[in-house]
Write a new protein. Structure first.
Lengths: 119, 113
């Protein structure tokens, strides 16, 4: 079974702090993703990475950065935390789409989330 | 338009009934349409998925109906059970090999015993 582990379930930080959220996957997946989940807004993509040291902005990258130094680890960084970044953060990983003989779609495997509160 | 519109926002169904969740999209470049199920305190997990060249896919009590001309797809849960109570997200893939998804806003389903 694929396991995506997020380092913290709950985190409380103060405005202006630099915050690191860590995510590790154990299935050698090329793709990794960071989302935030807010009521009524669904899951919104912050950043994703398709290879080590490679990253692309998602829909809401402002105020965030990411790091992928090793294939299994993808970190989300809040450069200067603000109260509007209070949210549930979800990490996911997947194989490249098209892996295998027939592309039936590659599922994204999610961690259980980090509930981040910025005070 | 990179958007997937999902309705309803919440749904209450009696045990044994049919739950129906609808999604609509605009971008014809989307090439894969998964549904994810999320229980409280857990991350979403893939439930069922369909490609746009297929009109229906069934897995157990869960069925996706896909209408390519109308750009709509829906999830039907037959014989709904209290254990199906969860949040459901539709999604659409637009990223090709990078497997990027656009998610709907979610539907909170409560199945009453």
């Amino acid at each position: 079974d694929v396991k995506v582990t997020q380092s913290s379930r709950y985190l409380v930080k103060r405005t202006g702090e630099k915050v690191f959220l860590e995510c590790v996957q154990d299935m050698d997946h090329e793709n990794m993703f960071w989302y935030r989940q807010d009521p009524g807004l669904g899951l919104r993509l912050i950043y994703f990475s398709y290879d080590v040291k490679m990253k692309e902005k998602g829909d809401i990258p402002e105020g965030y950065s990411v790091s992928r130094e090793k294939k299994e680890r993808f970190s989300l960084i809040l450069e200067s935390a603000s109260t509007n970044q209070t949210s549930m953060y979800l990490c996911a990983s997947s194989l490249f789409a098209g892996t295998g003989m027939v592309d039936l779609g590659q599922p994204q495997h999610f961690g259980d989330g980090t509930r981040l509160s910025i005070l | 338009q990179q958007q997937v519109k999902q309705s309803p926002q919440s749904l209450i169904v009696q045990k044994g009934g049919i739950s129906i969740i609808n999604c609509a999209y605009e971008n014809t470049a989307f090439d894969y349409f998964p549904w994810y199920q999320q229980f409280p305190g857990k991350g979403p997990a893939l439930l069922i998925a369909i490609r746009p060249d297929v009109s229906e896919k069934k897995e157990g009590r869960f069925t996706i109906s896909f209408n390519k001309s109308a750009k709509q797809f829906s999830l039907h849960i037959m014989d709904s059970q209290p254990g199906d109570s969860a949040t459901y997200f539709c999604a659409a893939r637009f990223g090709g090999a990078t497997n990027k998804l656009i998610f709907g806003t979610g539907t909170l389903l409560a199945v009453q015993p």
